[in-house]
Each structure stands twice: as structure tokens, then as C-alpha cells.
Write a protein that binds this ligand. Structure first.
Ligand code: RB5
Length: 149
């Protein structure tokens, strides 16, 4: 299961990615937004991130205008590794090295074809583990060190 969410700046790309994911037979939860009116990206970042952490979706995709706000928001949730990517190499590395469980895209940065290409590169890649797991463990340790009591 994949959960996908956007603000108004990412709505068009979210619609295109929903079609792409359906064409590849992925089950998709659409967390919104559904209309063109201005909304606040942290609300959708929170929904997607919490659904992934709850195990109700294995992966999440977030889209805002640039992807910057969504990545900042999603990475506040412990256990989320949200990667903002702009090319296929970054998308593949986000899985192979960072085991990103959320991919973040900019709706005002990428066209639909490019966005589908990046999502495909991320989905088709596999985490390499090993020294990369050691580094992720250090990120988890940082989360624990700075967790609010
Ligand atoms: C909304 O105008 C815009 O700020 C948002 O989509 C995103 O780009 C924020 O990082």
C-alpha cells in the first residue's frame, strides 16, 4: 500500500501519479488534497507520515509546490525518512542508500512524465543495507537523543 498526499501546489502531479501507480497495480490511499483551494502542506505531510509509521502503508509520496515544505514537515515524525528528489539518480539513491519511506516531489518543479519516472526509479530500487544501515541507525539515535519527553 502506498499513501499519496499533496497541497494545492502538488494536486495536478498527485492526480497523474495516482494514474501511474494504478497502471502499475499498486494499491493507493489518496490522503488529499482534493481541490484547488489553498491548504496547509503540514496537514497532509502529517497524515501521510503517520499512516506510514502506523504501518497502514509501506510507503508514502508527498507533493507540494517545491517539495521543500513537505519534506521539512514529514521529517519531523520519528521514523520517517522523507527524501526530496529532482532526478532519477536521486530517486534511486533515496531507496538504495537512505531507505526513504517517503518520496517528496515538487509539483511546480517537475512535469508529469518526469515525476512518474522518479517514482518508478524509487519503487524499483532496493535498500542496500550494510554500511547504509549503520548510518540510518545513527539517524535513529539522533531522533532518540532529541525526542521531547
Ligand atoms: C504553497 O504556495 C507552497 O508554499 C507550498 O506548496 C510548498 O511549495 C512549500 O514548500
Amino acid at each position: 500500500m502506498i499513501i499519496i498526499g499533496s497541497d494545492h501546489g502538488g494536486l495536478a502531479l498527485k492526480t497523474a501519479l495516482n494514474s501511474y501507480l494504478n497502471s502499475r497495480d499498486f494499491e493507493v490511499i489518496d490522503a488529499g488534497t482534493t481541490g484547488a483551494e489553498s491548504v496547509d502542506y503540514p496537514d497532509f505531510g502529517q497524515k501521510v507520515a503517520e499512516t506510514v509509521i502506523a504501518g497502514e502503508a509501506e510507503l508514502g509520496i508527498l507533493i507540494c509546490g517545491t517539495g521543500i515544505g513537505m519534506s521539512i514537515a514529514a521529517n519531523k515524525i520519528p521514523g520517517i525518512r522523507a527524501a526530496l528528489v529532482t532526478d532519477a539518480f536521486m530517486a534511486r539513491m533515496a531507496k538504495e542508500h537512505n531507505n526513504a519511506n517517503v518520496l517528496v516531489l515538487g509539483g511546480r518543479v517537475l512535469d508529469e512524465q518526469k515525476a512518474c519516472e522518479l517514482v518508478g526509479a524509487w519503487l524499483d530500487a532496493s535498500f542496500e543495507g550494510g554500511r547504509h544501515q549503520t548510518r540510518l541507525d545513527k539517524i535513529t539515535a539522533l531522533e532518540k537523543k532529541y525526542a521531547q519527553q
